[in-house]
Each structure stands twice: as structure tokens, then as C-alpha cells.
Design a protein around this ligand. Structure first.
Ligand code: ZN
Length: 253
């Protein structure tokens, strides 16, 4: 089976889902036999791109994973790309600290984008930008995204104009809209500028006063607490509550 050409800004799993539906191939034969992926690993948890990283050895995914998935954002977790390829992928059963950042498993779309896509391309589809971790709004239309909850497999990832399951309409919120625009901008810079992840990591490490020994172990984090105070002072409560479960807990001390 040949993968379909991705539509503008289409998420990689959306491309695979459309390709499988269109070709009539089963997901098992497509993913397991051709790409050596067990369907369990295709759980579309968007904070974790190990499955997408694993596809890198297949030529057809070289540009797809960078242009059509959250992979560039995920690289912010690592010192270099080679490290992801060797250490992370050598043991897919072990959870690394980087992958413990859990984001939701809902898939999100914009009603206006879906309508435009349907008119222009004959189908709505899942956009990467709408499904970056912690994004809540469409930056093109300034609208809260609609959520398809608890998607457990690619089979359940029907295109937005063909969903029969219940969806949840997000809440309009200016602060979350601005936050979404920030995440999308960082993502687009990571895609455009080579090694921008290394540059951003250095900046963050400098700001936090992080020092490491020769083995990469953390030695000290001098400014961490003062930076947290700054963080709390400058980010709206709504955004903190959205990004960190901790802030949503009103009983916390
Ligand atoms: Zn939109």
C-alpha cells in the first residue's frame, strides 16, 4: 500500500488512517507487516512520539514525521536526535522520564477548518497544529477546538466529518487562545530552524541555572525556585490550570 499525500498540515496518524480506509488494507497488515509496528504502539498519545520516531527508518516517513507530527516539539526533551534513536528506541517498554508528561488522548479539530477542508479537499482531516500537546484553540480562526474523547486506536480516528461518537465543544477563552498561539509558534520555529531544539534547551538550562556532570547527571538547579515564582506571576491562572493538574486542585496548600 502506498501512503496518500498528506493534506496541508495534516497529522501523520490522519494520513495513515485515510490511507488505510482508502486502500482497504487492514491496520495490522499495514502497520505490523510493512512497518513493524504493533497496533498497541499506535496509541495516539500526543505527548509521546516514540512510535513516530520508530518510523524514521522507513524513507516515506523522513519528512512526514517532521512536517506532519508533533515530533519536532518532542525533540525538546532530548539533547540530540541520535539519543532518541538509540536510547529511547532500544527499549520501547521502559518509560523514560521524558515520556511521563501525560497529555490528553482526545483528538481535536476546528469546525471552521473542517468545513473549509471538506470544500477544498473533499474531506475534513486532523491537523497537527490542533493536536499539539496542550493546544486548545485554532490559531487560524481563533475558535476553541472540538474534542473527540478517548481515542484508543487508529481505527477510531475517523475523519472529523465522519465522526458518529459524541464530541465535546471546548470553552472560548482568550488566555488559552494566546497560549495555543504560543505553542504553535514554538512548534513552527522548531520545524523551520535547524537545531532550534538544542538552542532552546540551552536557553532553558541557562535560565534555570542547571549544571550537569560529565555523565549528564544533574548537579544543581540554582534558579529553579525563583524562576517558578516568575512563572506563577506571569502566566494566567487559566493557563496554569490547563497545563498543570496541580493548579486545578483548589485544596492545595
Ligand atoms: Zn480553524
Amino acid at each position: 500500500m502506498k501512503l496518500l499525500e498528506p493534506l496541508p498540515g495534516e497529522h501523520l496518524w490522519s494520513v495513515i488512517s485515510r490511507s488505510a480506509t482508502w486502500s482497504g488494507f487492514s491496520y495490522d497488515s499495514l502497520l505490523k507487516e510493512k512497518y513493524d509496528l504493533s497496533s498497541v504502539l499506535v496509541y495516539p498519545a500526543k505527548g509521546d512520539c516514540r512510535t513516530i520516531a520508530k518510523l524514521a527508518k522507513h524513507a516515506e516517513f523522513a519528512s512526514l514525521r517532521k512536517e506532519n507530527s508533533p515530533y519536532p516539539l518532542w525533540l525538546l526533551n532530548f539533547d540530540d536526535e541520535e539519543q532518541t534513536a538509540t536510547e529511547i528506541l532500544s527499549d520501547l517498554t521502559t518509560r523514560t522520564s521524558e515520556t511521563l508528561i501525560v497529555t490528553s488522548n482526545d483528538w481535536r479539530y476546528c469546525v471552521k477548518c473542517a468545513e473549509e477542508d471538506r470544500q477544498q479537499h473533499g474531506t475534513a482531516y486532523w491537523h497537527t497544529e490542533h493536536n499539539l500537546p496542550l493546544v486548545t484553540h485554532c490559531t487560524k480562526h481563533g475558535k476553541a477546538l472540538v474534542k473527540l474523547m478517548d481515542v484508543k486506536s487508529l481505527k477510531a480516528l475517523k475523519m472529523p466529518n465522519r465522526i458518529s461518537a459524541k464530541v465535546i465543544v471546548g470553552t472560548e477563552d482568550e488566555e488559552l487562545m494566546q497560549w495555543s498561539a504560543f505553542v504553535v509558534e514554538v512548534y513552527n520555529q522548531l520545524r523551520r530552524i535547524p537545531n532550534f531544539n538544542v538552542h532552546l534547551r540551552q536557553k532553558v538550562f541557562e535560565a534555570l541555572g542547571i549544571r550537569k556532570d560529565v555523565h549528564g547527571q544533574l548537579l544543581s538547579c540554582a534558579h529553579f525556585n525563583s524562576l517558578l515564582d516568575e512563572f506563577e506571576a506571569s502566566l494566567p491562572k487559566q493557563v496554569l490550570g490547563h497545563c498543570f493538574q496541580f493548579y486545578a486542585d483548589k485544596t492545595r496548600k
